[in-house]
Design a protein around this ligand. Structure first.
Ligand code: S3P
Length: 171
């Protein structure tokens, strides 16, 4: 079983993924981390040196070629579902869960930690919300292709697990 957690930067994919994996005894895979391993540098440094298109190609390759353990919870990068056929690939190769969150909530969570995210690092507080609103509008149609969708605010590993067990269709 592979579960791909998708959604905007800051929605809690890694935090929830780690908690859920430890709760149900699955492995946790952080795709940003695996891309950094492949690149031999941080995502920020890779973006600066090679640009976004090269990053997206590498991210897509890692997504599709990573040797996932049999039971894995996978936190994907926020832009991964929106490039090439990545979303279709995830839907064909696992269960996809969109962690939904409003631009304001995302902005609050992203105010700190902008440095390591190349798309955000040059934005001030006011620009941050506007950027998130615009990017989310561009990306929503990809995120909404997920098989399951959940509200990220107040989300717990138990609730996410229940959703995956089919005990609830929307939380
Ligand atoms: C990106 C999200 C980041 C990382 C890169 C680009 C994006 O991952 O892959 O900085 O385009 O939304 P997180 O969603 O884990 O922050």
């Amino acid at each position: 079983m592979k579960v791909f957690l998708i959604g905007f930067m800051g929605c809690g994919k890694s935090t929830m993924g780690k908690r859920l994996a430890s709760k149900i005894g699955s492995s946790f895979v952080d795709l940003d981390h695996e891309v950094e391993q492949q690149a031999g540098s941080t995502i920020s440094a890779f973006f600066s040196a090679h640009g976004e298109e090269a990053f997206r190609q590498l991210e897509s390759k890692v997504l599709k070629e990573f040797p996932y353990p049999e039971h894995s919870i996978i936190a994907t990068g926020g832009g991964a579902p929106c490039y090439a056929d990545n979303m279709q690939w995830m839907n064909a190769n696992g269960t996809t869960v969109y962690i939904d969150m409003s631009p304001l909530a995302l902005a609050r969570r992203l105010e700190k930690g902008r440095e390591k995210r190349p798309l955000l690092k040059n934005l001030n507080d006011a620009e941050l919300v506007a950027f998130i609103e615009g990017k989310l509008a561009e990306r929503r149609s990809f995120y909404q292709q997920a098989q399951l969708m959940v509200d990220g605010l107040g989300l717990t590993a138990d609730a996410l697990n229940a959703l995956l067990q089919g005990k609830s269709s929307y939380l």
